[in-house]
Ligand binder design. Structure first.
Ligand code: MN3
Length: 206
């Protein structure tokens, strides 16, 4: 049984960057629905029970039943992606990466600002619903990408682990920002907790 992460903040904590109604709807309706639908799909498919969400998503293409594959891809992706997203948000978290992650960012992207610019551009350019990601491989090498719908880098080749994701579905910003996705992306950086990204970076290499 998969469970939504418990939020370490209230729905209104991230105001004015992310508004209360968006947070509440996003968590209690959208994320809850992905989670419930994932659990319902697993319940009907005992061969998938007991697997971690990472195992399910890394191997999603090997599920032969098309309806089941789409259910795991969309709802399992939605479950995983939002757990990552909500976990990495905070108003009082670290505003800069540090340690090994910072070194790797500078090696790959020259500066933290450059990484932020590139990820912001990927998020802005994703056509329609989707996500922009920073992922790492086991050796710690970073990669920026964007995916449609609830896809994520786990599904790509099984070698990447996402450590930072920007949700650019309209449900993530439309109530406050309307069509101005770029303003939401700017605001996202104000509520990203780099400590959480650091932690995910370390864990992804174990
Ligand atoms: Mn969302």
């Amino acid at each position: 049984m998969f469970k939504q992460i418990e939020l370490a903040y209230d729905f209104n904590t991230l105001e004015p960057y992310i508004d209360e109604l968006t947070m509440k709807t996003h968590y209690t309706k959208h994320h809850a629905a992905y989670t419930n639908n994932l659990n319902a799909a697993i319940e009907k498919s005992p061969e998938l029970s007991g697997k971690t969400i990472e195992e399910l998503l890394r191997n999603v293409d090997s599920i032969t039943d098309l309806a089941l594959r789409m259910a795991i891809r969309n709802n399992g992706g939605g479950f995983y992606n939002h757990n990552l997203y909500f976990d990495t948000l905070s108003l009082s978290g670290s505003k800069e990466p540090d340690g090994e992650l910072k070194n790797q960012i500078i090696e790959s992207f020259e500066s933290v600002e450059n990484l932020k610019d590139k990820l912001s551009a990927a998020a802005a350019m994703q056509f329609g619903s989707g996500w922009a990601w920073v992922s790492t491989d086991k050796a710690g090498k970073l990669q920026i990408s964007a995916t449609a719908n609830q896809d994520n880098p786990l599904m790509k080749d099984g070698l990447l682990t996402p450590i930072l994701g920007i949700d650019v579905w309209e449900h993530a910003y439309y109530l406050k920002y309307k069509n101005l996705r770029i303003d939401y992306i700017k605001a996202f950086w104000e509520v990203l907790d780099w400590n959480k990204v650091n932690k995910r970076y370390q864990e992804a290499q174990v």
